[in-house]
Design a binder for this molecule. Structure first.
Ligand code: TEU
Length: 561
């Protein structure tokens, strides 16, 4: 596989609204990020992905962009952004931005002009369609619930398409003028010094030729809009547009790009992340998708550690020899990984958090941390639906009520999946608002901040934070890099419940990564003669007669002789 500059890097997602506030308005901002760069450098991360900071009404927390070349005043200014680029460069770090181009905001001038004249040139930037007999053109349900069609004010029987919320009208990628706008904008940011992009909801840009209703799949009479993504014409269009982005923007800048790609056929993997792939990498969502139900979040099953292991291992095998997947246990759309994948009684246990970390960080591919993951932040508490900010959670709550659940049951079922879990402010200290802001945080801080915070863990031996630092530095250590970054991957005793173990080999070294993801002892016969124990999450593992014994929730990396 061809070597690229980003392959030995470790990435970190910043969700700016909740990272660090610098001016006391309760909302995180770019100067706040700059103030915390030394924490990130100390952790060992290289590439920072910034969720959207563009000008936006924040109807979907910035994933609704009103000006692609402007910074929202809540987050700072373009000068702040330039300063962030300079400050990261000085520290040998990189910044990638979020490319949100399946849709823009209904407050973007393009859409304003389109509404004023749907038949005019800006009308062709979006999808306007006539309804049928007073009903919308199709029965597609959007990602956040409800119809994907909203009526055009003042126009009888005319609708516009939005796969996400009604304030996020879909851009019409079939229009070459739209593609030109996106290419120019992407090049503008790359020329300014960003290293690349995380590419949002991108599989949705290819739309089918024929727009048809599907058989309803929920009591609301609608059908999941994702059904159209499998259409061969939609897929072909997607590939054409992504090829254009690669050739006219990403490749000339040697950018690092990571796609938010759901629903790929394994056969498409090389098209997306192979040698000439559209992107450098794409997220592995296989574990995140596990247990999700077409009925909605209320019917989702909670995965366990073995489900996480099996998904991650299957993806690693699929990508072997093709490219680098990006590995996550959480992001701004998902629950906190420790709450989601560990059994309830272990979610707050630092030992279990470290054991999960060892697996994610040392798998083949690129490790992505999400803010707060490095200190073991957990899901938050939901006293009532009124306190929920996330548009997605409110849609799923409505679906649960419609399915006949009581309000209390509906809240209890959707809360573990809520996007607010990962969006509470980062816990820096045990002081006012966890050190996130001098004011009132826009979303309440997780009440566990007095115990779980950066200050309590930084430099403290055995802490989750210090273990993440060790994992990252082993991946970067010249001695182990060949094995851990570019090396092979072989699962070990995958059939053993509660054990996640694998061998990484390369550069003449073989490293066994073994995590006990259970509350009982695990014994494992070493796949080779024992060498040295490189890393251990807690205490020292017992290594006798070729058998490794791991204490409950203990993880170890052992070099095999
Ligand atoms: O997410 C795309 C997407 O598919 C999500 O809607 C996902 O299904 C859902 O959030 C799971 O809870 C991206 C962004 O990551 C998300 O934050 C945005 O809301 C969305 O695009 C629209 O831009």
């Amino acid at each position: 596989m061809e070597r690229k500059w980003w392959q030995d890097k470790v990435c970190y997602q910043i969700w700016p609204k909740s990272f660090q506030d610098s001016n006391g308005d309760g909302v995180g901002d770019i100067p706040g990020i700059i103030a915390r760069l030394d924490h990130l450098k100390g952790l060992g991360v290289d590439i920072l992905w910034l969720s959207p900071v563009y000008k936006s009404p924040l109807a979907d927390q910035g994933y609704d962009i009103a000006d692609y070349r402007g910074i929202d005043p809540r987050f700072g200014t373009l000068e702040d952004m330039d300063r962030l680029l300079a400050e990261t460069k000085r520290r040998g770090m990189y910044v990638i931005m979020d490319l949100v181009a399946n849709h823009c905001s209904d407050e973007h001038p393009w859409f304003r002009k389109a509404l004023a004249d749907p038949e005019g040139p800006y009308g062709r930037y979006f999808y306007f369609r006539k309804g049928e007999n007073g009903a919308p053109p199709t029965n597609w349900r959007g990602y956040f619930g409800g119809s994907v069609w909203s009526p055009v004010p003042g126009r009888k029987d005319l609708y516009y398409l939005h796969l996400f919320c009604e304030k996020q009208p879909d851009l019409n990628w079939q229009n070459p003028a739209v593609r030109r706008e996106v290419m120019e904008m992407v090049n503008w940011w790359l020329d300014r010094g960003v290293a690349g992009f995380r590419i949002d909801a991108i599989v949705n840009i290819g739309k089918p030729e024929r727009w048809e209703s599907f058989a309803p799949d929920r009591p609301d009479g609608l059908a999941d809009c994702r059904k159209m993504l499998a259409d061969p014409v939609a897929r072909r269009r997607l590939h054409t547009y992504l090829g254009q982005l690669r050739d006219e923007a990403f490749a000339p800048h040697d950018a690092f790009t990571v796609g938010e790609v759901f629903d790929t056929d394994p056969a498409e993997l090389s098209l997306f992340i192979g040698r000439e792939g559209f992107f450098s990498s794409m997220f592995d969502f296989s574990a995140a998708c596990w247990g999700k139900s077409p009925k909605g979040w209320y019917a989702a099953k909670k995965p366990g550690p073995d489900d996480y292991r099996d998904c991650a291992f299957a993806s690693a095998r699929q990508a072997a020899g093709i490219g680098f997947l990006s590995n996550i246990i959480e992001n701004h759309d998902e629950p906190r990984g420790v709450s989601h994948y560990l059994p309830e009684e272990a979610a707050s246990d630092p030992r279990a958090q470290k054991a999960l970390a060892a697996v994610q960080m040392l798998l083949p591919g690129l490790p992505f941390l999400y803010q707060g993951q490095e200190i073991g932040m957990t899901n938050t508490v939901f006293p009532s639906i009124d306190g929920v900010d996330d548009v997605n959670t409110r849609g799923e709550y409505a679906a649960a009520l419609a399915a006949g659940l009581s309000p209390a049951e509906a809240l209890a079922r959707v809360a573990p999946m809520s996007r607010d879990n990962a969006r509470t402010p980062v816990q820096w200290t045990d002081g006012h608002a966890a050190g996130f802001t001098a004011g009132t945080p826009w979303l309440p801080v997780n009440p566990n901040y007095t115990r779980v915070n950066v200050q309590a863990q930084d430099g403290v031996a055995g802490s989750v934070l210090e273990f993440y630092k060790q994992l990252i530095s082993s991946r970067k250590n010249d001695k182990y890099k060949e094995a851990l970054v570019w090396g092979g991957f072989a699962p070990v005793h995958q059939e053993q419940p509660g054990l996640a173990a694998f061998v990484r080999d390369g550069g003449g070294r073989r490293l066994l990564v073994a995590s006990n993801l259970s509350g009982g002892e695990q014994r494992l016969e070493l796949p080779g003669a024992a060498g040295a124990v490189l890393l251990c999450s807690d205490g020292a593992p017992a290594l006798t007669h070729g058998v490794l014994t791991l204490a409950p929730w203990q993880a170890a990396v052992v070099e095999l002789a």
